[in-house]
Design a protein around this ligand. Structure first.
Ligand code: FES
Length: 178
């Protein structure tokens, strides 16, 4: 049966373009705020260790830390564990060090990183020199600069012998400026 009644306006019809744009912007804004509230603490938690200066810690040298394993006058490459290794660091938590036994209970430990741009230096036992392969930096056996672009001597680590174990004081990377 036909009716003459005109259809009633729908109060809940589609929103006007202005209202739709406002709601879109509101939705994007709220999403950004929620994302920041959830995401920033997580990002902060993950990145914070990179900006904290680790406490120094005495670390036994590896692979052997037994005092008798080192011959007097010999310079060997050893590794130490970072003072506060990150759980996911893996091998990156290990730092190489050049270690020399100078006397029965006296050691010297040098950072492997050249003080020019940080390349790892090699120990040449015959020449008794540290050589940097990157730009020809040369260091004497006591770490002083002998030639090339480096301006500073090799960084030295404190070493001690504790209960027959050789330990190095591990701290922040020697390449990190104060
Ligand atoms: S990094 Fe060693 S000489 Fe440049």
């Amino acid at each position: 049966m036909a009716t003459d009644e005109a259809p009633r306006a729908n109060e809940f019809g589609p929103p006007s373009p202005e209202r739709r744009e406002f709601l879109t912007r509101l939705s994007i804004g709220l999403s950004a705020v929620i994302g920041a509230v959830i995401g920033l603490p997580i990002v902060g938690f993950l990145l914070a260790p990179l900006f904290q200066r680790p406490e120094e810690a005495w670390r036994p040298v590896e692979p052997v830390s037994d005092l008798e394993a080192f011959r007097i006058g010999e310079t060997v490459q050893v590794t130490i564990l970072d003072p506060s290794p990150l759980a996911w660091a893996g091998l990156a938590a290990r730092t190489s060090v050049w270690l020399r036994r100078e006397a029965p209970r006296e050691f010297k430990a040098f950072a492997v990183n050249c003080t020019h741009l940080g390349c790892p230096v090699r120990w040449l036992a015959d020449a008794r020199l540290f050589m940097c392969p990157c730009h020809g930096g040369v260091f004497y056996e006591d770490g002083r600069v002998a030639a090339g672009p480096p301006q500073e001597p090799l960084v030295q680590y404190p070493v001690r012998v504790q209960d027959g174990v050789v330990q190095i004081l591990a701290g922040a990377s020697p390449l990190v400026s104060e």
